[in-house]
Write a protein that binds this ligand. Structure first.
Ligand code: PDD
Length: 307
């Protein structure tokens, strides 16, 4: 009898191509399991990170691990493995993935297995999972033509609710926003915060370009402090572009020259429409292109230097 809930021959491609490390043990994606009593499954009680490789090496692992620990600390959740151990598990796990091409890596740390109930004391050991699977490049048209977003009706979590700064496994707020995007045939959904300001998207941060200055909502708007977002402040300075935080509203959109979103897996994606409104010239803009080029140069240089 196959003890696994995922039937190998019919496992969807993403699962079949994945390699998974559960508490230090590497298995194929279709064989990886955790208990239904894991509080990550029961309550979304856990945190995660998504990394990708360039030149087959994880990009900025130190920044992702620092954020993982910061997120976990906000939940009073322990991350028992050291950074060196986590990096070694990342390498072990991705080694088994398709030998060519880049890899997407997801680290999850949950409260672990325990009886029903919210008291964290019922879970003795956190569960640490790493999922590695081939990185999927976006279709060429995403960069060539740009994408369309919608503004979701669901608002971003209030920072005194599940604070968006925590990269938590409790993702229903994001899932609901993305469902609206999918229904509208859009690429992503913008979430407003409780004050009606632009915050971020369901899986990415948001930037606009106005009069040559690049602006992004401040952390105080209630958003995830994206690794790519932070990197753009640095690469912007390198190419002589001012990148700053500013409170932004939907009513600012008619005046922006460009809009783009950022994330680890998507890098920098130009946006040409929000709902039925055309952004800027209606074509991908030069600032997004320049920042993307510079980000890729930095990624290439850093991952080669890791030799
Ligand atoms: N998403 N905001 C949210 C809500 C996110 O989930 C993400 C990342 C970002 C961008 O952060 P970074 O630049 O560190 O990837 C912003 C990842 C890719 C994910 O959910 O898998």
């Amino acid at each position: 009898m196959n003890p696994n809930p995922v039937d190998a021959p019919t496992a969807p491609a993403g699962i079949a191509e994945a390699t998974v490390n559960v508490n230090g043990v590497v298995t194929s994606g279709d064989r990886a399991v955790v208990s239904v009593f894991d509080h990550g499954f029961l309550y979304g009680d856990g945190v995660y990170e998504t990394l990708r490789t360039y030149n087959r090496r994880p990009f900025l692992p130190d920044r992702h691990l620092a954020r993982l620990r910061a997120s976990a600390a906000r939940l009073s959740l322990e991350v028992p493995p050291s950074d060196a151990e986590l990096e070694s598990r990342l390498r072990d796990t991705m080694r088994a993935v398709h030998p060519q091409g880049e890899v997407m890596l997801r680290i999850l740390v949950t409260r672990g297995v325990g009886d029903l109930g919210y008291d964290p004391a019922v879970c003795r050991t956190p569960t640490v999972v790493i999922i590695a699977r081939p990185h999927r490049e976006s279709p060429e048209r995403v960069q060539r033509d740009g994408v369309r977003l919608v503004v979701a009706s669901v608002v971003r979590n209030h920072p005194r609710s599940v604070d968006p700064v925590i990269k938590s496994n409790n993702l229903l707020n994001n899932v609901l926003a993305m469902q609206e995007a999918v229904r509208a045939g859009a690429y992503e959904a913008i979430l407003l915060n409780h004050r009606g300001e632009l915050a971020e998207c369901s899986q990415s941060n948001l930037f606009v370009v106005r009069d040559g200055v690049v602006l992004t909502p401040p952390l105080d708007a209630g958003l995830l402090e994206g690794v790519t977002r932070n990197l753009l402040f640095e690469v912007g300075a390198e190419v002589g572009l001012a990148v700053r935080e500013a409170v932004l509203r939907e009513s600012d959109l008619p005046d922006v020259d460009e809009l783009f979103i950022t994330s680890t897996t998507r890098e920098v994606v130009p946006v040409v429409e929000v709902g039925s409104r055309t952004i800027g010239s209606g074509s991908p803009g030069p600032v997004a292109r320049r920042l993307l080029r510079r980000l890729r140069e930095r990624a290439d240089r850093l991952t080669r230097a890791a030799d």
